[in-house]
Design a protein around this ligand. Sequence first.
Ligand code: ARG
Ligand code: ZN
Length: 877
Amino acid sequence: KTIRLSEYQAPNYLIDTVHLDVRIYEHYTDVISHLAVRANPDVPTASGQPLELVGVELELLGIEQDGATLALDHFRIDGEVLTIKDVPDQFTLLIMTRIHPKQNTSLEGLYVSKGMYCTQCEAEGFRKITYYLDRPDVMSRFTTRVEAPKQAYPVLLSNGNPVERGDLDDGRHYVIWEDPFKKPCYLFALVAGDLSVVEDHFTTSSGRDVLLQLYVEPHDLDKCEHAMDSLKRSMAWDEEVYGREYDLDIYMIVAVSHFNMGAMENKGLNIFNTSCVLANAKTTTDMGFQRVESVIAHEYFHNWSGNRVTCRDWFQLSLKEGFTVFRDQQFSADMGSETVNRIDDVNMLKTVQFAEDSGPMSHPVRPDSYIEINNFYTTTVYEKGAEVVRMIHRLMGKDGFRKGSDLYFERHDGQAVTCDDFVQAMEDANGVDLTLFRRWYSQAGTPHLKVTSEYVSDQNQFSITFEQTTLPTPGQPEKLPLHIPVAIGLLGADGKDLALQLSDGTVLDPLNPVLELKQAKQTFRFNGIKEQPVASVLRGFSAPVKLFYEQERAELAFLMSHDSDGFNRWNASQRLTVEVLLDLMSAYQEQKPLYVDSLLLESFRALLADESLDQAMVAKMLELPTEQFLAELLPKPVQVDAIHHAREGLKRELACGLRQELQQVINRCHMDPEYHYNVDAVAKRSLRNVCLAYVMTLADDEATELCLSQYREAGNMTDQLAAFRALAHSERSEKTQVIADFYQQWSSEALVVDQWFMVQASSPQPDALDNVQALMQHEAFEMTSPNKIRALIGAFCNNNPVNFHRLDGAGYAFLADQIIALNNINPQVASRMSTILTRWANYDRVRADLIKAQLTRIKAEKLSPDVYEIVSKALNQ
Ligand code: ARG
Ligand code: ZN
């Protein structure tokens, strides 16, 4: 069934208070819910309407209205809807239901992960706990009593503050929690388990002392420090940058192994995937540390952007997610390198979101319709949504944006609102009109921005013309021009930025020079340009568009070494690399010898030699674009094999031509005995390890020895895993021993075992699929663990294009088998996996037909709405 934004109706009933009594027994759990219900005064027709509550997989034990058992002819259950007739305008309900958390493998509602009870209610999981008005615009005050056997579940948690606890007969105990803030049920949480806790404190700017608690399994106590530290920095940052203070006396985070997503911002009780909270030097890479920092921040920031001000309906999901991703990106930029963070975020956007936006699942940042809302926790809603907020930030400026966010939080505190309310607050606080800008929320697809430029020397004028078009997407055949901020610079021969004055006299802000496009085609003329400049367009990736601007290789090399915008300096190096890769792809297809443009080789040589450059940037520039990035960027059908071989060839040619320089960098960036997580140390490790990977593409004895010694001597996971990966992906026979050894060393660390699966699944060697299939039987693999599925199946299908897209179709058949199996176990994860198959139209006939055959095979099964939506949309394009 399709749900549409245009059919939104305010709820007929509101629930003012909820008292939940959750009693955990060995084989089942009973949930007793007391609701105070009243007709919605804002809906004139509400009075007298039947009350419709939703529930999924619940056993109804009894129901009372105003203290009296409800007669059978007063209610009925129809599928997922419990309808109660003839209700007064105000009444109480008592609903008793029984659920079976131990059998719940969907990881939605109340479930059990490694013996510990936990919940995931967003988006619509609360209905798996009790009958309720499971929609975000119904906000209530919750009191929760949790009762369980004391020995097995000494820790009992829920939202808010603990107000009472006590022991009961039969070795049972209980705790009562009270959350003073009204909230929608998707923010409800409950945990019961045998957990250890790490505690700390934070004093807010107004002097409130907040107890911070991080609950983990006992053997993970040595991996809590980084998350706790990140949390305190997030709390201080949100006060400083957004003026937002924490509002409860206690902030709890619980780490669980089995979790569908990264983490969840439940009020006062965040629940985290272990992979997004646990970290220490021995078991976690620098990337892992970064991820923990940003997810901790993300969930914390939700306390204001999501919880205090929440979404009216799920079409508004980006209201909280886009804004909160933007906030966590700003935070990470402030904690580390702004440019490097921007590069990583844009790379991911261009690889994943652009692909989504050109396929059958393309949807606006604020979708118009869905079958299953869980399918819309997408990179479009999250990352493109964040880009839209970032554009507002650029258009309003830092201070204007803060005025707007202050007004937004003040105006809507305690409310469930829309994306439009957010834009309205920005407009009202700044006295601007963002009518045209709003199209970014409603129009799907990535705009193409074609740029041409001309220099007329005798007029000292440089003119630049922009043409924007957006291709049709499902349900949106016609597209309109968008309001696009284009940050720009013109470089003189000395590499310095020229002053920018338009022909109408406007002088662009030298600190933030931006051209605002509002029409399909627009030309801007700059006067007083005394020499032919080199244009740096879309600095900082100021808008989520595909830029088409032809620039000479020499110009790109010039930008690469001179652009004052770090992002564009990196981008120029990527564009130059792509040009060279295109040379190599044609050489591969014409079976000619590979030839690498010396411009690239010499640019890289200069990068390696220059110790004065930001070493993290050098590492980023040396990293070749991934095969997935190239697949999205280059013309279709995707040249799977040519891309792979050109890229591998380029790595080898560069390694060959720069061997000495690479070795020198490796020597210079020697491994430190002690691990520190800071910008310089991370930069040094990343540069060393990029160079190591290059050298190992040669796979000679010397390179192998280098990797083996790094693998043995590394004192942290970043260096150890880099060496491990280089060896495991090589053809060297030594790798068999190393792969076995790595598992031996780390078999008791689940998150390291995930890395071990991931490295093997992404091997370019032709036996990758056989290995993946064998690893499905490994003792450490678990079909009920999303982390394991992502590490093995996900890594193979997403990060190993040349093997996944094997011409015999074995990769596709393998994935389809897993989707069919997962559909019954965990529909959300199954659905995630199936999005990979939606890209069939990007491939050649042979591959497209093979993929479609697998989609058809999946569609013939009895499917969850999650998988059904993806597969049917994929086949109907
Ligand atoms: N709100 C969470 C976050 O972004 C994501 C949880 C979504 N979960 C889901 N099953 N759809 O931080
Ligand atoms: Zn979020």
